[in-house]
Design a binder for this molecule. Structure first.
Ligand SMILES: Nc1ncnc2c1ncn2[C@@H]1O[C@H](COP(=O)(O)OP(=O)(O)OP(=O)(O)O)[C@@H](O)[C@H]1O
Ligand SMILES: [Mg+2]
Length: 274
């Protein structure tokens, strides 16, 4: 279902790109910009709130982890920011405007398991779909887009698999394909829902290096993450979530036992390396 959403999103990107390119420069030039702002957001499934009155400001250029236990609402928060889910209250803005207006600035890698991989297409095709946003109306991908897709596949170590059907790739390999697809989108804000889930140690290092490169390029990267031990090493910003927002801010200031205990409800001891 999410996969179809992603395809739909690509199609919409393609349809709207001409209009959007005319007012492309939607990112204000001043320093200290807020990339994503969430105000009073409450989201419910079947009338049961799973996110409660969330206020969140994500500054431009951070590499941010969203942490919290299973069922805390992490995926729901991302889906609400991306307009996949409709909140019962509150609002979201991307660089001060609605997601609808800013969708060309945003790339999304959904959580594994939420994607229907039974889709008859090759790894290269999936990555090429990420370039549609930069194409005009009705134009098909050409050499330039293909080159970008091949480069992204190389970056995530999946070039040898470019002609493989995605359904015939392992879970970790599929994850890397989706990452490559997000990379060619050349977005300003990246949302990644557990990109390290089920990948081996080498792939994890390769992915985090790519994310750090994105941060260097002043992109904003928001990652749902479960491995608390690696938070200080990988991220500079963190949001603690458990239905409510527990805390958000620089890792060095707020990644501590107190917030971990409030979020996970048990006594946590972490040693934070500077
Ligand atoms: N489609 C749905 N219908 C009803 N309830 C749902 C639905 N999707 C999620 N939920 C519930 O909403 C809550 C938040 O789910 P969400 O997927 O956002 O959690 P999460 O923090 O991403 O968890 P995980 O770490 O397991 O991925 C959970 O209690 C979950 O059971
Ligand atoms: Mg989730």
């Amino acid at each position: 279902m999410i996969f179809w959403f992603v395809l739909y999103q690509d199609k919409m990107n393609r349809n709207k790109i001409m209009k959007e390119q005319t007012n492309k420069n939607k990112i204000p030039a001043s320093a200290g910009n807020i990339a994503v702002q969430v105000d009073d957001l409450t989201v419910a499934y079947n009338y049961k709130p799973v996110l409660w009155d969330i206020d969140l400001e994500i500054p431009e250029g951070v590499l941010m982890a969203i942490v919290g236990p299973n069922g805390a609402g992490k995926s729901t928060l991302i889906k609400s920011i991306l307009g996949i889910l409709k909140p019962i209250a509150g609002s979201v803005s991307i660089y001060g405007k609605s997601y609808k207006k800013q969708r060309s600035l945003v790339a999304y890698v959904p959580q594994k398991g939420s994607v229907d991989w039974d889709f008859p297409t090759t790894a290269l095709d999936v990555v090429m779909m990420g370039t549609y946003g930069s194409l005009g109306w009705i134009k098909r991908p050409r050499q330039k887009e293909k080159k970008a897709a091949l480069e992204a596949l190389e970056k995530v170590g999946m070039l040898p698999f470019k002609n493989r059907q995605i359904s015939q790739l392992s879970g970790g390999q599929q994850q890397r394909i989706f990452l490559a697809r997000a990379l060619v989108q050349n977005a300003s804000i990246y949302f990644m829902d557990e990109p390290f889930q089920g990948v081996d140690a080498t792939t994890e290092i390769a992915i985090i290096n790519i994310l750090k490169e994105l941060r260097k390029a002043r992109k904003t990267v928001i990652v749902v993450h479960h491995d608390l031990q690696t938070v200080p090493e990988y991220f500079d910003w963190v949001t603690f979530l458990n239905v409510k927002k527990i805390a958000t801010g620089p890792v060095k200031d707020i990644f501590n036992d107190d917030n971990l205990t409030k979020t996970y409800g048990i006594n946590y001891k972490v040693s934070i390396q500077e």
